[in-house]
Structures are given as C-alpha cells and as structure tokens.
Design a binder for this molecule. Structure first.
Ligand SMILES: Nc1ncnc2c1ncn2[C@@H]1O[C@H](COP(=O)(O)OP(=O)(O)OP(=O)(O)O)[C@@H](O)[C@H]1O
Length: 353
C-alpha cells in the first residue's frame, strides 16, 4: 500500500468524505460524474486543498493531527486539469525547474531521464518556445513532462488527455502506463475509454464518497457497477500472448485454459489487455460448432440484472475472470438464465479490434 487516506472537506454545499488505499504501483482511475469531487480529492492529496483527517504515503504522515506537510515537500508529480506552466519561463525553463526541484528534494535524477522524457513526449521541438504560444495539447505534454521530471514517487493526473487528439491520447496513455510500472498513479477521468485502456484499479466517486474501489473488473462488473446501464459497459480481460497466426492475421491469446483470437496486424508485444464490451457478447447453452464466431468460451452465470427497455446485463464467471453480456430479457427468459446456469459466451473476433 502506498497512499492511505481518510479525509473530509466541505466547500459550500459540497461535502467530500473519502477513505481509501492505493496499491503500490499501477494506474488507479478516480472516476465519477462531473461535480463528484475528483479534482478536490486529488488536490487534497497534493496538499493544495486544506482538509481534515489523515493522509499517509509510504509510512510518511502528510496530514494528521500534527499538521499538514506543505505541497512543495510532497514527492508528487502533479498535472492539473488546466496545465499551469510558468509564463515567465520558456518550455526548457519549465522543464528544468521540475528537474531542479527533484534534485533539491534529494531525489537523484538519472542522467538519461531528461532525454527519455523529451523523447517520450516529443518535446524537443518545443524547448525554445514561450509557453503562451503553446496549443492546449502542447501545453499538456509539457505539463506531463514537468510532472515526470520532478522524480515523483506518486503521480497525480487530473484529466491529462483532455486537450489531445486521439493519436496523442493513445501515445500518452502508453507513456503513463509505462510510468505506472514503477510508481502509483492516481488518474482523474470520466472517460470509459481511459478506464478500459489504462485502469488497473478503480476508485468510483459519487457525491463526494467512494461508492466502490478495487481491481478494475471487480468494480466494472460488481453489483453496483457505475456502468451497468451504460451502452458501452465492458470489462478488461487479462490474457497471455500465445502466438500470431500470420495467414489469418490473428493474435492468439490465452485466457486461462481457453484461447481467444483477436485480429491484429502483427505479433504485438506487451501483456494484452482485452476490452470486451457487454453488447458484443452473446450466450448459447451448448457450444455452437457451426458458428462463424471465433471465440466461444465456457462460462457460468453469476448474476442477471434487469435493465430498462427490455434489456438485461448478465455477469459471468469465465476462467476466473468477470465477463458481461448484454441481452434482451426475451433471450434471458428463453434460455432460462439464472445464477449457476452453464453457458457458452460467444465473442466475435471482429468486435475485439
Ligand atoms: N470553493 C468552492 N466553493 C463552493 N463549491 C465548490 C468549491 N470548490 C468546489 N466546489 C464544488 O465542489 C464540487 C466538486 O468539485 P470538483 O471540481 O472536485 O468535482 P469534479 O468531480 O472534479 O468535477 P469535474 O469532472 O467537472 O471536473 C462541485 O459541485 C463544485 O462546484
């Protein structure tokens, strides 16, 4: 456990009260609707928002009865919703400031770190630029670079990709995912796409309190899932790379003892996270041998939840992981689906691109 907190704050009519612990590594998405209190919570952790209660990080007390550790002494890399760069410094000056801060706080910035961050975020062409002239996306990249160069032990990001186009979003999500292999990242978002691409853990904030927290799939598929009624309800399956079938351009992944085939242009590298939308999963009682569907996985129904407009959401246990299927209530009744029913989940490979 890295960050542990039990805090409360009040701003006008809004009250925040949160108890939680963050894992030692990985991206934890702080998810919730607009006004749920995500930014307030992030700012409180950074020391920018006075609050009551306790905040500890790696055994250090940042906030407690004895007082509050000032923001500049907390080893956090912070990127706020609106990147706040120093207007009197150019991009180089902004980045060097963060690197100096790291050295002052006793962290040693490895020599190649500067080059790495410039490379990761394609910052070299921006170095001589004044910050006033930067586009929103460029300013976001500089702000993230600054956060990374401060040698943080905890990265706090408030909607860091909001100003970026899709290609840059994808690239930066990869950068953040890589950083999160070594330190914890608390990442504010209300985009399901970011949850499914990056989130290993999820803190779901509703009306100033954590409605659920845990491993991303446990929350997404859990009984009070924030997304159950969402048309894009989905889970992320953890799989292992098995092989690439060149003839059919298919990547074969292991999901427990089962194989899953996904269209791919090449063998790929990292441990694949497989996003499976509930609406792309259909169920049969026996495994179809004459179906065009490539992925047919045995599963057991855990729960069936009725949704509006004659729909239902079926939660399945499949190779020790959760899977969701969105069906019509008509199909549920026709197949007599109930907790304990043994079924076969069909997932079209084309839906997994
Ligand atoms: N100084 C303040 N005085 C009064 N209300 C405030 C103050 N600061 C924040 N609030 C209110 O607290 C609530 C939570 O704000 P916060 O910015 O933390 O939400 P959020 O989940 O980050 O929202 P968004 O996704 O829109 O950024 C909002 O209703 C906001 O209006």
């Amino acid at each position: 456990m890295s960050l542990s907190l039990d805090i409360a704050l009040r701003r006008g009519a809004f009250a925040l009260s949160v108890q939680g612990t963050l894992p030692e590594r990985g991206v934890t998405i702080l998810f919730g609707e607009s006004g749920a209190g995500k930014s307030s919570l992030l700012r409180a952790v950074a020391g920018l928002e006075p609050c009551q209660g306790r905040i500890e990080f790696d055994g250090e007390r940042w906030q407690g009865r004895a007082g509050m550790l000032p923001a500049h002494r907390r080893p956090v890399g912070l990127m706020l919703q609106k990147p706040t760069l120093f207007p009197h410094l150019d991009v180089t000056g902004n980045l060097r400031y963060a690197a100096r801060r790291a050295t002052m706080s006793g962290q040693r910035l490895p020599a190649q770190r500067w080059e790495e961050v410039l490379e990761l975020l394609s910052l070299a062409p921006l170095l001589p630029r004044r910050v006033q002239g930067l586009s929103g996306g460029e300013a976001s990249r500089v702000a993230l670079g600054r956060a990374l160069l401060s040698a943080p032990r905890l990265l706090l990001l408030d909607e860091p990709l909001a100003a970026l186009d899709q290609a840059r979003r994808q690239a930066l999500m990869e950068v953040i995912g890589r950083v999160a292999k070594t330190i914890p990242v608390l990442y504010v978002s209300h985009h399901l796409d970011e949850v499914l691409t990056l989130g290993e853990h999820l803190w779901w904030l509703r009306d100033g309190a954590l409605a659920a927290q845990g491993e991303v799939n446990d929350v997404l598929a859990g009984p009070g899932s924030p997304l159950a009624e969402h048309r894009d309800a989905a889970v992320v399956l953890r799989t292992r790379h098995l092989r690439y079938e060149q003839d059919h351009h298919l990547l074969v992944l292991a999901l427990g003892a089962c194989e899953v085939r996904v269209p791919a242009s090449g063998p790929g590298g990292d441990t694949p996270r497989l996003r499976v939308a509930a609406r792309d999963v259909s169920l049969t009682l026996s495994p179809a041998s004459d179906s065009s569907v490539l992925n047919i996985l045995p599963a057991v129904v855990d729960d069936v939840r009725s949704l509006p407009q004659g729909q239902c959401l079926v939660r399945l246990r499949c190779e020790q992981q959760w899977l969701l299927a969105r069906l019509s209530s008509y199909s549920r009744d026709r197949l007599r689906l109930a907790p304990g029913s043994r079924v076969h989940a069909q997932i079209k490979a084309a839906a997994l691109v």
